[in-house]
Design a protein around this ligand. Structure first.
Ligand SMILES: [Zn+2]
Ligand SMILES: [Zn+2]
Length: 248
């Protein structure tokens, strides 16, 4: 199983990641990644990049070393209403928005409230991917979330780092979430959540995971760059995604 898209990566701009954009792109090229999403943390995360970092992403060439560079963000879901820590001005500059629950931003409460926050974020139409949903710190109703994701055309991320360095104990929740997504005819995406170049495009654990839980590989939309691009186009982005046409 070869994955052409990494939909979740961090650069040194996130404040607690360790490689530059150039290093991440080199690593992606070496791994055969066709589309690399740069998704540094949204403004409320301590140490996150300044507003202008996201506003100026258009200076990054669309394609470098044969890798298409998606301008993105890992936005924070900040409350039960599913609001994000970014505004329309930033969103208009971006190709992809991930939405995540992070403990420094939103204090874990109840399963019902976490579920409500995620559902509202999906319903707002502002997120393309719900990231690391198996986090045991934020239990959710996987069936409700998977059903909502399929309805609003939001991808559910399977996060490689959740099986290695982060969010210990995610496996069981991820399995329940992934099977619920398949049951509701939704789609998954794989994110390395790399905080250092060596991890960019690394999906060994995600691939093992998908085979173990028995979810069909065709549910992983990020397998093919062209399919992933069509998905983003279907979200009516303000950015010009036709600039990647020469890649596929
Ligand atoms: Zn995160
Ligand atoms: Zn992340």
């Amino acid at each position: 199983m070869h994955i052409e898209v990494d939909s979740h990566t961090h650069t040194i701009a996130s404040g607690h990641a360790y490689s530059t954009l150039a290093e991440n792109i080199q690593a992606a090229a070496a791994r055969g990644i066709k589309l690399l999403a740069i998704t540094d943390h949204g403004p409320q995360m301590p140490g996150a990049p300044h507003f202008w970092y996201f506003m100026n992403m258009r200076v990054i060439p669309r394609i470098l070393h044969g890798v298409g560079i998606l301008r993105g963000i890992e936005a924070n879901i900040v409350n039960i209403k599913g609001e994000l820590d970014i505004d329309a001005a930033i969103e208009e500059q971006l190709d992809i928005v991930l939405g995540s629950l992070h403990e420094p931003i939103i204090t874990p409460t109840t399963k019902n409230q976490h579920t409500e926050a995620v559902i509202q974020a999906m319903a707002s139409g502002r997120i393309d991917v719900f990231a690391h949903g198996g986090n045991p710190a934020f239990p959710i109703d996987v069936d409700e979330v998977a059903k909502t994701a399929a309805h609003y055309n939001v991808l559910v991320e399977i996060n490689n780092s959740s099986f290695t360095t982060s969010r210990k104990g995610s496996m069981k929740n991820c399995a329940a979430l992934a099977t619920a997504v398949a049951r509701h005819n939704g789609y998954l995406t794989f994110g390395s959540d790399a905080h250092i170049a060596e991890k960019v495009g690394g999906f060994e654990e995600c691939i093992k995971f998908i085979r173990t839980v028995g979810v069909e590989e065709s549910r992983v939309l990020s397998q093919r760059g062209a399919t992933f691009l069509d998905f983003l186009k279907s979200k009516n982005k303000k950015t010009d995604l036709s600039e990647f046409a020469t890649l596929f």
